[in-house]
Design a protein around this ligand. Structure first.
Ligand SMILES: CNC(=O)c1cccc(C)c1Nc1nc(N2CCN(c3ccccc3Cl)CC2)nc(N2CSC[C@H]2C(=O)NC)n1
Ligand code: NI
Length: 187
């Protein structure tokens, strides 16, 4: 089971490497890793388990963050409406690729956090507001979906991890809170 001890932090070289594509059909090892990444997110979002296991809450976790340089990431974005059980987006992505995206940008109004960054780095991380994503799921099926707003931001943050990019690489040094015309601020 993955815990915070398995998550590597800034300064570890794997976080800055471009991860390797996984071969298809998926090996048992790659399927197991995908399940473990998802299990971490589920545990981290369960108040009791998060406290017991001392986990930081996360909605995305990529294989390079547990020192495995492979293009695998799990995403579990809960519905913002607490009465809705169904998550907004939940899947393990193998060899994910953004096929196209909107011109419009979007960012989280509160900035971004990362399980591999043990400090607050304030500022807007402007990403694409809408994306068309292609990936293979744990069953090896090729999926092509469109995402927008929070799930789209999370997937782009995780895909950055597969390319050795950290969220604060996108923050404007001069003014971290600069906002260009038309950028959607997600609260
Ligand atoms: C500096 N200000 C901030 O961090 C920040 C501050 C306020 C609001 C937001 C919205 C912020 N931003 C931000 N908050 C999150 N979470 C909110 C809490 N949540 C969570 C925590 C506990 C249980 C269940 C859950 Cl659901 C987990 C997810 N996650 C991300 N990111 C960036 S994209 C990948 C994703 C990620 O998983 N990071 C670890 N950013
Ligand atoms: Ni991260």
């Amino acid at each position: 089971m993955i815990t915070m001890d398995d998550i590597i932090r800034e300064g570890r070289p794997t976080l800055r490497k471009v991860a390797e594509e996984v071969t298809l059909p998926l090996s048992d090892e790659d399927k197991k890793l995908g399940n473990e990444l998802m299990e971490f997110l589920e545990n981290s979002q369960d108040p009791q388990k998060a406290e017991e296991l001392e986990l930081r809450g996360g909605v995305g976790l990529a294989a390079p963050q547990v020192n495995v340089s492979k293009r695998i990431t799990a995403v579990l974005v809960p519905s913002l409406d607490p009465n809705v059980e169904e998550p907004e987006f939940k899947d393990v992505l193998y060899n994910p690729k953004i096929l196209s995206h909107s011109v419009q940008g979007a960012c989280l109004g509160e900035g971004e956090g990362c399980l591999s960054v043990d400090r607050d780095v304030p500022g807007y991380v402007v990403r694409q507001a809408r994306i068309t994503l292609r990936y293979y799921n744990a069953e090896g099926e090729k999926k092509k979906i469109r995402l927008k707003n929070y799930p789209a931001v999370v997937v782009q943050h995780e895909l950055d991890h597969l390319n050795g990019v950290l969220f604060y690489d996108h923050i404007n040094e001069e003014n971290p809170f600069t906002l260009n015309e038309g950028v959607l601020v997600i609260e």
